[in-house]
Write a new protein. Structure first.
Lengths: 111, 112
């Protein structure tokens, strides 16, 4: 069983559309990270969410941590071609060091 | 510039020929980790290190070795590579007690 389930797996939209991707689990986390990865490059950290119900904004990207700290969502407003990439959610056990990534959502934004 | 540097970026080798992928970070991070990324399987953790001389297995450690003799370096060793180790490898570092990771640019390894 995958610890972090991301949906949808693939998403192709037109420039200017809004979208939401999800990261779900049955486990409770002390924090959760979102990364974006472009082809041929390493993942780049976008945000960390820590508090249940927390909402963080990064320009047109809005991240939310579920009240129970089991799930998270990423909403992009007015998507642009530069938003194209693989979006990954991840958790790390800060006491033991093991980290887990979701399989990611591959987003394509067409001009 | 804060960065994680991996070498080589690309490597084609043959089965059984030992190789080492180096990883170095200049952010004074205590935590370092190796991952492999395969289509359909996502990013999977190979080994990690919470501090110098402290290493532990991730989810897919078979066929790999690591060492952490210095804080900044965390090499990944494939003693006898096999074709199923063909993959894209990433090194990452971060604070010991935070979840945030900073990744290298990746090393694409092909084992023939």
């Amino acid at each position: 069983t995958q610890l972090l389930e991301q949906s949808p797996q693939f998403l192709s939209i037109q420039e200017g559309e809004n979208l939401t991707v999800y990261c779900n689990s049955s486990s409770v986390f002390s924090s959760l990270q979102w990364y974006r990865q472009e082809p041929g490059e390493g993942p780049v950290l976008l945000v960390t969410v820590v508090t249940g119900g927390e909402v963080k904004k990064l320009k047109r990207l809005t991240f939310q941590f579920g009240d129970a700290r089991k799930d998270s969502s990423l909403h992009i407003t007015a998507a642009q071609p530069g938003d194209t990439g693989l979006y990954l959610c991840a958790v790390k056990n800060t006491n033991a060091g093991k980290s887990t990534f979701g399989d990611g959502t591959t987003l394509t934004v067409k001009p | 510039e804060a960065q994680v540097t991996q070498n080589p970026r690309y490597l084609i080798t043959v089965t059984g020929k030992k190789l080492t992928v180096t990883c170095s970070q200049n952010m004074n991070h205590e935590y370092m980790s190796w991952y492999r990324q395969d289509p359909g399987l996502g990013l999977r953790q190979i080994y990690y290190s919470m501090n110098v001389e402290v290493t532990d297995k991730g989810d897919v450690p078979e066929g790999y070795k690591v060492s952490r003799k210095e804080k900044r370096n965390f090499p990944l060793i494939l003693e006898s590579p096999s074709p199923n180790q063909t993959s894209l490898y990433f090194c990452a570092s971060g604070g010991r007690y935070t979840g945030e990771l900073f990744f290298g640019e990746g090393s694409r390894l092909t084992v023939l």
